[in-house]
Ligand binder design. Structure first.
Ligand SMILES: Cc1cc2nc3c(=O)[nH]c(=O)nc-3n(C[C@H](O)[C@H](O)[C@H](O)COP(=O)(O)OP(=O)(O)OC[C@H]3O[C@@H](n4cnc5c(N)ncnc54)[C@H](O)[C@@H]3O)c2cc1C
Length: 303
């Protein structure tokens, strides 16, 4: 129930505008967010590179309300790509299509994605297209496929909690589109998503096997130690080793598991969010783990 409450609150604009004002909440947010600026995020990326960890930069933001905001998001990501290139960090960017104006115009959003793919391609990297709530899945995958056909440097994200995901993965595998597999972080009706966590985990396991067998450069995004172990065992059994795949985790979560993956010699990429529009991202992180609510409460009472 706490999960649903936090996911409900994550969509409340009135609370978002209050929480995102500079203040005490910022201290708590720092656990999950690398900083307010690109400079701060790059500093974190350099440190991670020293630990043999790859990065994907997320300039926080979603559901912009007009073209000006969408254009500003595009410019922010162009800056991020330039910095990744200058710093030779070998990082990718992770974008949300509603941050690039999907709610306003699918065509304009697609064009902005193409611009980013072209610039990423010049820097020898790729654009990872996050998956948002289920209402956006068809439009997001259509843009992913168009970008893949045009420049071949995008990664799709598929959520194991959605009932449709196996069919989506089979199609993306056929097209040779790299996939990041995650469990899914939004509030969804039972008609489209598994409600029971056990079912989500089981489906993640099935989809992980499908991706390792037939996928193109799959990325397994989870902090679930049992699923990471299962993936390591499967690759061991097949004798494939990492073979183009990578693990992905979120900045600030699962430090021990991160170290285990790096020590085992498998590629690990951390999702590094930065910026001032942190509220929905932060609330989704709280929703994922009830213990985080106590972390929040403890810090609020100390402040
Ligand atoms: C790289 C990456 C990219 C992602 N991109 C997307 C996306 O595009 N769309 C989308 O819907 N979702 C995305 N997610 C989020 C994902 O869907 C899950 O909500 C999130 O990863 C939690 O699920 P889990 O696989 O870690 O498993 P869980 O079963 O939720 O967690 C396993 C263990 O991980 C730890 N853990 C998990 N979450 C937290 C947390 N918030 N705080 C502290 N500990 C935690 C706990 O120890 C927990 O027991 C992404 C996740 C990652 C890692």
């Amino acid at each position: 129930m706490l999960r649903n409450l936090f996911l409900f609150l994550s969509r409340q604009r009135w609370l978002r505008s209050r929480m995102e004002r500079p203040g005490i909440a910022e201290k708590l947010v720092r656990r999950f967010v690398a900083g307010r600026t690109l400079d701060e995020a790059v500093k974190v990326c350099r440190r991670l590179a020293g630990e043999n960890i790859l990065v994907t930069l997320d300039h926080l933001g979603e559901n912009v309300t007009n073209d000006l905001e969408a254009a500003a998001s595009l410019a922010d990501y162009q800056d991020a790509l330039l910095r990744l290139r200058q710093e030779r960090l070998g990082g990718t960017i992770s974008i949300k299509l509603t941050q690039l104006g999907l709610d306003q115009s699918t065509d304009a959003c697609r064009e902005r994605v193409f611009v980013l793919c072209d610039e990423a391609s010049q820097g020898g990297t790729r654009v990872e297209i996050d998956m948002e709530s289920s209402a956006y899945v068809d439009r997001t995958l259509a843009i992913v496929e168009a970008a893949h056909a045009r420049s071949g440097n995008v990664r799709a994200v598929i959520q194991a909690y959605l009932r449709r995901s196996e069919a989506d993965i089979r199609r993306l595998n056929q097209l040779g589109v790299p996939v990041r597999l995650c469990k899914g972080a939004y509030l969804e009706p039972v008609t489209v998503a598994f409600e029971d966590k056990r079912e989500v985990d089981e489906n993640y396991g099935r989809l992980l096997t499908l991706l390792l067998a037939e996928g193109t450069q799959p990325a397994l995004a989870t902090h679930d130690a049992r699923l990471v172990t299962r993936a390591l065992e499967e690759m061991d059994r097949r004798g494939t080793g990492p073979n183009g795949m990578e693990f992905q985790m979120l900045y600030g979560i699962g430090r021990d598991l991160q170290k285990r993956i790096v020590r085992a010699g498998y590629p690990l990429r951390l999702y590094v969010p930065y910026g001032v529009a942190w509220y929905p991202y932060f609330m989704r992180r709280l929703a994922e783990r009830p213990a985080n609510v106590w972390f929040l409460a403890r810090n609020l009472t100390r402040a």
